[in-house]
Design a binder for this molecule. Structure first.
Ligand SMILES: Nc1ncnc2c1ncn2[C@@H]1O[C@H](COP(=O)(O)OP(=O)(O)OP(=O)(O)O)[C@@H](O)[C@H]1O
Ligand SMILES: [Mg+2]
Length: 355
């Protein structure tokens, strides 16, 4: 899995033979600053950069192969013990309104490099069936985290944040609720020259600007009813710059963005989800204590905890989800995302690139 934050690729080695999926090993291969810049460049609509897309795809496949090999080495597992790799690819364009989504990848090369069957291209079939193509992970959250008598929400804070709401006895709802780390990372990159604001320490030193927060919260995406999905096409630095006509201290903007991100999550829970007893956080944003504090400040007593307390480290959830989606493909089981992406029917998601 490599998500919109562009921090790197994660590989989880997951066993599905027991009742509950179990992660045997986990590995991360970071993106170089140079690769991150090239992917950011491809994420901006503009003139044809197909050569760049082609070379980045090859480089990603090689990097994914290293992540897989890292997880195999960490778990002491050999290639012939692995059924399949589920590989998401790197989103550079997500246009549900136009009916397409593009993840750069070269799954054939990944199969060639690893000697393992690769399942890739999970989003396109969902779109073909009338869905948003995102988020896909709520199906896995439901399989892993649903409780029979407690209503839970799982919030994955990657580049974009998505919510999975699992009411006890009711149908699971899932949707992208707005930015996760994208704006926080973009502002840190611009003013600190750092990939992210470690532990939210910089944001913590700033003061939130109530007027700016209100301007940011007026974004119509936040109020639009699910099904909905979003990406860097909307929540990019130009989006922020257009709303920053006055000059402000950079740490005050970072603090305001942290509150904005927290509101995008909790306001969506309040707006679109019913009674929620427990809120669980996953993804890199769950490791930002300033952001977690701001979220807790808005939840009015509903307990907030990382998915670690349910036995799954926050950093593993998304990559495990793509192992799970690959397992569903191998078994040719349809995934029901009708109440998440708006797909008309459950569908088998993905395509096979044999070893
Ligand atoms: N200690 C930390 N302090 C602050 N932020 C952190 C910390 N650790 C991780 N992060 C944030 O998490 C991000 C990476 O999160 P993650 O890998 O879940 O996102 P992703 O790759 O976009 O995944 P996806 O979009 O698929 O959910 C980093 O870019 C950073 O913003
Ligand atoms: Mg990541």
């Amino acid at each position: 899995m490599s998500g919109t934050s562009l921090d790197g690729a994660d590989a989880a080695l997951v066993e599905f033979s027991a009742a509950a999926p179990r992660t045997l090993a986990f590995a991360t291969v970071p993106f170089s600053a140079e690769l991150r810049e090239r992917i950011l460049d491809l994420s901006e609509p503009g003139k044809d950069r197909l050569d760049l897309a082609g070379t980045v795809s090859l480089e990603l496949a090689d990097l994914y192969a290293r992540a897989v090999q890292g997880a195999l080495a960490g778990g002491g597992v050999s290639v012939d013990q692995v059924t399949a790799i589920g590989c998401h690819g790197q989103t550079v364009r997500h246009r549900p309104e136009l009916g397409f989504t593009i993840q750069l990848n070269d799954p054939a090369r990944l199969a060639e490099r690893t000697g393992i069957d690769v399942i890739a291209d999970f989003r396109r079939r969902d779109m073909a069936a009338g869905g948003q193509g995102a988020p896909l992970v709520p199906a896995f959250h439901e399989a892993l985290f649903r409780h029979p008598s407690v209503s839970r929400a799982v919030v994955n804070i990657g580049g974009i944040s998505n919510i999975t709401w699992m009411p006890a006895g009711g149908r699971t709802l899932g949707f992208d609720c707005g930015p996760g780390n994208v704006l926080l990372d973009g502002w840190s990159r611009r003013h600190l020259g750092a990939a992210f604001d470690e532990d939210g320490a910089w944001a913590k030193r700033g003061h939130t600007d109530a007027g700016l927060l209100e301007t940011l919260l007026a974004e119509p995406f936040l109020e639009a009813a699910p099904p909905k999905s979003t990406g860097r096409e909307l929540f990019r630095m130009e989006w922020l710059d257009q709303r920053l006509e006055e000059k402000r201290a950079p740490e005050d903007v970072q603090s305001t963005l942290t509150d904005f991100t927290a509101h995008a999550i909790v306001d969506a829970l309040d707006r679109f989800c019913g009674k929620t007893d427990e809120i669980y956080l996953s993804g890199g944003g769950a490791r930002n204590p300033t952001l977690v504090d701001r979220i807790e400040g808005l939840t009015r007593g509903r307990p907030v905890a990382p998915t670690d307390v349910l036995g799954v480290p926050t950093a593993h959830v998304e990559s495990m989800a793509f192992a799970w989606l690959a397992m569903k493909f191998v078994r040719r089981e349809a995934v029901d995302l009708t109440a998440v992406t708006g797909a008309r029917h459950p569908r088998v998601l993905g395509a096979l690139y044999p070893a």
